[in-house]
Write a protein that binds this ligand. Sequence first.
Ligand code: ADP
Ligand code: ADP
Length: 221
Amino acid sequence: MIVFEDVVKRYPGNYVALAGVGFEIRHGEFVVLSGHSGAGKSTLLKMIPVIERPTDGVVRINGQDVSRLRPAAIPYLRRNLGLVLQESRLLFDRSVLDNVMLPLVITGHPPRDVERRVAAALERVGLGGREREMPAGLSGGEQQRVAIARAIVNRPSILIADEPTAHLDRAHAGEIAALFKSFNEAGVTVIVSTHDESLFNAYRPRRLALAKGILVGDSAC
Ligand code: ADP
Ligand code: ADP
């Protein structure tokens, strides 16, 4: 369960990126967050892993107020989250295996299990057997799949993706949208931002719409 209560975010210079946003997302929901560039989508998504904190209001995850979480507790929260953010770039001087195994290494996963888990994650995103390749040799869509494999290799219960279909042509963007739906069907709570909601139409997601930091639409209400 993810709860936002009257969340305000002011950036330095007093710029208001979120102006009092509230909603509740239940386990297993498939949520598409839409809005033009600058609407506040990234800011909102970054509050879930506590990359940003609200200036006012509360963010709760599974009952815990994470807006005031102490820094030492943040890694424990993130273990349960899969993140595909704008800044989640791949390491281009490392293999696909090295990239995808990173979250397992960070959490101290038993080494003998790491390769098996990476293989399963790559299989899951349609890149089975591509461990030894380098990211630079992959297409944009394949690179995005590697980033998604890295996000799910920890088997998170919540998957958050910020514009994962940006920079992809429509056919490849559609495949990525379908991939997120498949994770949701496996029980993962999925929250994806996009400026092209139509990519997700077929999946009848819950729609949250942001405009200039205000929640202007919620299809669940
Ligand atoms: P979106 O993801 O919908 O494009 P963002 O959350 O990235 O929107 O940005 C919302 C607004 O907040 C934008 O006007 C952006 O310029 C501003 N903003 C985002 N991050 C910062 C920051 N670190 N400092 C100052 N302003 C920021
Ligand atoms: P940073 O946030 O500075 O990039 P981290 O050590 O937090 O460094 O994370 C390294 C990489 O692992 C990031 O690219 C991030 O996308 C990914 N990552 C971190 N935590 C998780 C998680 N819980 N689930 C999936 N991927 C994660």
